[in-house]
Design a protein around this ligand. Structure first.
Ligand code: F6P
Length: 360
């Protein structure tokens, strides 16, 4: 009987998911294996099971298509996190049902493409007896054990482009422009895009900020004849002693939705400095569209590596980027704690050396 493997995409979407699916299907086809797509994230493993075979020829042109042809979900029976990232155990009955259906499908193994939440579900399924391998995905770039996740480079590219555009309008009007970017608990997008896009102030979750400090930076720039300022704010940034800025009511078994800190920061800057200030929330633009060439390359390597992990029966492992290699690491070594921007690390030191304020 032909070997069949399954693949699903879990959590929030990001550029490059389809590139991973393509790489898995093509690499599997080289071994005459068939790939079955599980639809709608982990939910597709619950009865009635939702799957579809992925045909080799269907992969044509998928490399640069945003989103995921399999669909995905970051809520429902498999929600692995609640509130502000508190871990949640998946109920035994849900794991049982998923493992039962997996066997019924006649799959040799399952490729889980996801972030910290999805990989922790993958680990729980693995501990429950399912042969699972992982691929690390998230624009937030906050997964341990890999130098970078796919989707991050595309998000940084989008945020950098936004800063380039905001710079010209800020300079024309002598304004402060505040750009709110994603990055729930880690400021990687803000720092990378802030440095690449010439931001003057970068506010990240790892470094609580003070409004006095931000306004001092704006005043310094004024004295130096620079009448505009670009401020990059990660959605998870907060003032010293303050809390996360959230939108909408809290939902059971779902992480809080962050957002709104950009508007708060902009209003406070305008109040304190008297300078006209505008805010731009980049939001899901960072998660949509075509992946960059870096991400396409990384996704293709990750996908091919995941199939090799199955061939070698290295279950419970995920593909990790340890430059210059893609290497297997235990999923259990990658989950449970997020990789955040070191407060005194090289990135922050370089930023400070360039005169960038981190608002502290
Ligand atoms: O984890 C990726 C991410 O894009 C975060 O940066 C953001 O806080 C969250 O997902 C948004 O999720 P949703 O699309 O469910 O609002």
């Amino acid at each position: 009987m032909q070997t069949r493997i399954g693949i699903l995409t879990g959590g929030g979407d990001c550029p490059g998911l389809n590139a991973v699916i393509r790489a898995v299907v093509k690499t599997a086809a080289q071994r005459s294996w068939q790939t079955i797509g599980i639809l709608g994230g982990f939910e597709g493993l619950l009865s009635p099971v939702r799957t579809r075979p992925l045909d080799y020829h269907e992969m044509d042109g998928l490399l640069f298509v945003g989103g995921t042809i399999l669909g995905t979900s970051n809520k429902g029976h498999f929600a692995a996190k609640t509130g502000h990232g508190e871990a949640r155990r998946i109920p035994e009955a849900v794991l049982d049902e998923a493992c039962h259906n997996f066997k019924q499908l006649g799959l040799r193994a399952l490729v889980v493409v996801g972030g910290d939440g999805s990989l922790s579900i993958a680990q729980q399924l693995f501990e429950h007896g399912m042969p699972v391998v992982g691929v690390p995905k998230t624009i937030d770039n906050d997964i341990e054990a890999t130098a970078v996740t796919f989707g991050f480079d595309s998000a940084v590219h989008c945020a950098t482009d936004a800063l380039d555009r905001l710079r010209t309008t800020a300079a024309s009007h002598d304004r402060v422009m505040v750009l709110e970017v994603m990055g729930r608990y880690a400021g990687w997008i803000a720092v990378h895009a802030g440095i690449a896009g010439g931001g003057d102030v970068i506010l990240i979750p790892e470094i609580p900020f003070r409004y006095e400090s931000i306004c001092e930076k704006i005043a310094d720039r004024e004295r130096a004849g620079k009448k505009f300022t670009l401020v990059v704010v990660a959605e998870g940034a907060r003032p010293e002693g303050g809390t996360f800025s959230t939108v909408g009511p809290a939902e059971t078994n779902r992480e809080a939705r962050l957002g709104g800190i950009g508007s708060t920061v902009a209003a406070e800057i305008q109040k304190r400095t008297g300078k006209e200030t505008r805010v731009c929330v980049l939001g899901h633009l960072q998660r949509g569209g075509a992946p960059t060439s870096f991400d396409r390359f990384l996704c293709t390597r990750f996908g091919a590596h995941a199939v090799r992990l199955i061939e070698e029966e290295r279950y419970g492992c995920m593909a990790a980027y340890r430059p210059p290699e893609i290497m297997p690491v235990r999923i259990s070594d990658a989950i449970g704690r997020l990789r955040t921007v070191p407060r005194d690390g090289e990135l922050v030191r370089i930023g400070r050396a360039l005169g960038i304020s981190f608002g502290d």
